[in-house]
Ligand binder design. Structure first.
Ligand code: AMP
Length: 280
C-alpha cells in the first residue's frame, strides 16, 4: 500500500499506472468503518487499482463546531486499509488542496442542492462539489464509488459529472448497516451508550413508514413519523421527507410509476444522523 501526502507525487504515480490500469476511486472523510470498506471492495472487484482519499473537507461543514468534532483517526484508518486490498491512499493536508483559499466554488445542480440536506446545511453541496471535482482532476479515475447512505450527495455527484462532462462513471453503493439496522457512519463513534441504543429507531421508523405507505396517504405517513419522533426522548427529528429518487422533489401523492424514497435526518444530542430507504 502506498500513502501520499502531496498531490504532485500522487499524480506522477497514477500517471504511470493509468497507461495500463483502470482506477477506482473512493473519496472518504476517514474514521473508516465497514461501510467504507464495502465501497472499496466493490471498487476492487471492478478496477485494476483502488485509490482511497481521506480528507475532512472544511468547505462542506456549515458549522465550525461540527468540523472541529468530526472524528479523525488516521492511524487506525491506515491500519484498517492494510487489512484489505487498497493500492493507494491519498491523505492531503487542507493547504495541499486549497492553498490559502479555503472557499467553495459555487455550483448549479439544477435544484437538487436546495432539497433536504441543502435546506438544513447551507453551502454544504458547494463544498462537496468543490472537493469531489478537485479530487477527480487529481486522481482521474475511471469509476468513483459513493454510498446511498448520502443519497442526495450521490445524485448531486451524478449531476456534477454530467454538467462538467467529467469522464468518470459514478457507482452508487448500498447502505451498509449494523446488525440492529443502524446505518454505519463515522459519527456513530461519538454516540453515548444510551444514544447508540436508541439510534436504530431511525431505520426502524423508515421501515414502518414503508409498510404504512402501502395503505395510507403520503401526508398520513409523514404525520405518523413526526408523531413517533415526538415521543422519542433521545432523538430529535430534523426532517422526514418522501422524495422522488431522481429529482429529490417531495412526493405529494402516491404513484406506481414514480420511484421514491424516505429520508430522515435526526439529532442525538449534537450528533446528526441521516438515513434513507427505497419506499417502492
Ligand atoms: P464519508 O467518509 O462519511 O464522507 O463517506 C465516504 C463515502 O462512504 C460516501 O460516499 C458515503 O456515502 C459512503 N458511506 C458512508 N457510510 C456508508 C454506509 N453505511 N454504507 C455505504 N456507504 C457509506
Amino acid at each position: 500500500m502506498k500513502v501520499f501526502y502531496k498531490k504532485e507525487l500522487l499524480q506522477e504515480h497514477l500517471a504511470e499506472i493509468t497507461i495500463r490500469a483502470s482506477i477506482g476511486f473512493i473519496p472518504t472523510m476517514g474514521a473508516l468503518h465497514k461501510g467504507h470498506l464495502s465501497l472499496i471492495e466493490k471498487a476492487n472487484n471492478e478496477n485494476d487499482i483502488s485509490v482511497v482519499s481521506i480528507f475532512v473537507n472544511p468547505t462542506q461543514f456549515d458549522k465550525k463546531e461540527d468540523l472541529r468534532s468530526y472524528p479523525r483517526t488516521i492511524e487506525e484508518d491506515l491500519a484498517l486499509l492494510q487489512t484489505i486490498k487498497c493500492d493507494v491512499v491519498f491523505v492531503p493536508s487542507v493547504s495541499e488542496i486549497y492553498d490559502d483559499n479555503i472557499n467553495a466554488l459555487h455550483f448549479d445542480f439544477d435544484g437538487l442542492e436546495f432539497e433536504m440536506e441543502g435546506k438544513h446545511r447551507k453551502g454544504h453541496f458547494d463544498g462537496v462539489g468543490t472537493i469531489v471535482k478537485r479530487f477527480f482532476e487529481i486522481v482521474k479515475p475511471l469509476k468513483a464509488y459513493f454510498g446511498e447512505k448520502d443519497f442526495q450527495q450521490l445524485q448531486i455527484i451524478k449531476k456534477l459529472v454530467e454538467k462538467y462532462r467529467i469522464p468518470v462513471q459514478i457507482i452508487g453503493c448500498e447502505i451498509y448497516r449494523e446488525p440492529d439496522g443502524l446505518a454505519m457512519s463515522s459519527r456513530n463513534v461519538r454516540l453515548t451508550k444510551a444514544q447508540r441504543k436508541e439510534a436504530p429507531f431511525i431505520y426502524k421508523t423508515l421501515m414502518k413508514a414503508k409498510e404504512k405507505l402501502k395503505k395510507d396517504s403520503i401526508q398520513t405517513v409523514i404525520e405518523w413519523v413526526e408523531g413517533e419522533f415526538k415521543k422519542n426522548a433521545v432523538l430529535q427529528l430534523e426532517y422526514f421527507e418522501i422524495a422522488h429518487s431522481k429529482t429529490l422533489k417531495p412526493v405529494r401523492r402516491k404513484s406506481k410509476k414514480a420511484s421514491y424514497r424516505g429520508f430522515i435526518a435526526a439529532f442525538a444530542g449534537d450528533i446528526r444522523l441521516i438515513d434513507n430507504i427505497a419506499l417502492n
